[in-house]
Design a binder for this molecule. Sequence first.
Ligand SMILES: *Cc1c(COP(=O)(O)O)cnc(C)c1O
Length: 232
Amino acid sequence: MTAILCNLQAVKLAVERAARAVGRGGDEVRLLAVSKTFAPEAVRGAYHAGQLAFGENYLQEALGKIEALRDLPLEWHFIGPIQSNKTRPIAEHFAWVHSVDRLKIAERLSAQRPAGLPPLNVCLEVNVSGEASKSGVAPAELLPLARAVAALPRIRLRGLMAIPAPAADEDAQRAPFAQLRHLLQNLQRQGLQVDTLSMGMSHDFPAAIMEGATIVRVGTAIFGSRNRGETK
Ligand SMILES: *Cc1c(COP(=O)(O)O)cnc(C)c1O
């Protein structure tokens, strides 16, 4: 068995176990394999192990990989920071974007989404307490942004994403994930049709699943450490 197949099976088992621990089904959680810095051959290996959805952070790297793998029916998710002058290739080549935190970016993605493709699935990145990266909309500004993004014609607002700072133990990991779940529930109470919580990475996805994650974004636990096997 290849390392990637082995790792994928172990991650899926851990997803199942975390879901069961809180009375959820493992099939309520989608696994997004984060392939940033890994070569197309690694993605191909994961595809042959049954994985279809892949996450990328760096646009140029992602576009090369998408081109190299266009013979496979893969679903690409953009999860990295977005510069406003780089929205067009994102709108053209991805099925999902998890990292929208400004209306201007969403407006450009909507305007640039090709007519022949289904609406672009979008999650709003929220800066929950203790977030490691400085990006993300402040919780207090989320509702007006969500309303404006949901009204855009070529975008389908799906939910929320966050990258909390690393925490010492599972209880501490769960707190910001619970906060993101409460924010999603609030949007639902306001009448927005949102269903997605994109939260949890290699070191904390079980905690995220216990708090309701519907997509976990896992890189290292599938492909190995990023200081080996890098393409850039
Ligand atoms: C790199 C990255 C991941 C995956 O991180 P791992 O720790 O390797 O699982 C998930 N989400 C985002 C936004 C990332 O940048």
